[in-house]
Ligand binder design. Sequence first.
Ligand code: NDP
Length: 262
Amino acid sequence: MYTLSNNIKIPKIGFGTWQIPPGEIAYKSVLDAIKVGYKHIDTAYAYENEQSVGKAIKDSGVNRDELFITSKLPSHIKDYEGTVKHFNLTMENLGLEYLDLYLIHAPWPWDEIGKDCSQGNVLAWKAMIEFFKAGKIRAIGVSNFNKEEIENIVKHTNFVPHVNQIQFHIGHTQNETVSYCNKHNIFIEAYSPLGTGRVLKNETVIEMAKKYNVTPAQLSIRYCLEKNTAPLPKTTSKDRMIENMNVDFKINVEDIKILDEL
Ligand code: NDP
């Protein structure tokens, strides 16, 4: 477990669900993930699989308080009312009484990357702070936000996000955002820890994995842990789910340096 700035515990490895089709596949994948030991599930309204994720959580038989469930506000929702509406829709979809973590999915709509939505982000953030204070969410945060975008919402609310979920993997470590977040006690979740599969084809990663007697996926996930981030690997294969959790080894300092340079 890691501990967030508000003392909430978060399991170190989460199970990612982007691009897992809703219905039987998402249901079975999440059920398998929980069965093999994942306690932390990452979904989003935009993934369109919240209902299947929620059903798997319910049917898993695992106590709600042993699980850490994250969802996200769609990236095009940039007002107060829309945030309230979409949070309620997410809770209905998941069939849960509370969420462990709710994130603003991105600072701008995915089809308008880079658009200035500073005002809208503040409005959404205010609604999320209210849900947090009402106990409906245990921690709140952002995703894909840079330093300036975080500073904007903090300046207008005086409330620092508990988490920033960003693309973070070997070859893509966003050093500036990470050091800003570390300084302000904003926990980094590493999305696409395998670079959506791309990192696994890198020759240096393949060779180094052999040296540690692990797979390229295990080396990639371990790298995120060595950087004190929470990796969120996605797979629909039960064997890979187990493989991706089995990362109890250390990467030595020299090798971390080599991976840092990739
Ligand atoms: P990952 O980096 O986790 O890579 C997933 C890919 O790697 C899939 O093709 C999977 O295939 C394959 N894979 C998984 N494990 C192994 C293994 N052990 N050996 C070989 N191949 C493997 O991809 P994502 O981009 O999905 O990121 C993970 C999660 O991060 C998402 O599911 C989502 O929850 C979150 N995310 C959040 C974003 C945001 O904006 N906040 C954006 C992107 C991701 P297969 O399924 O066939 O096994």
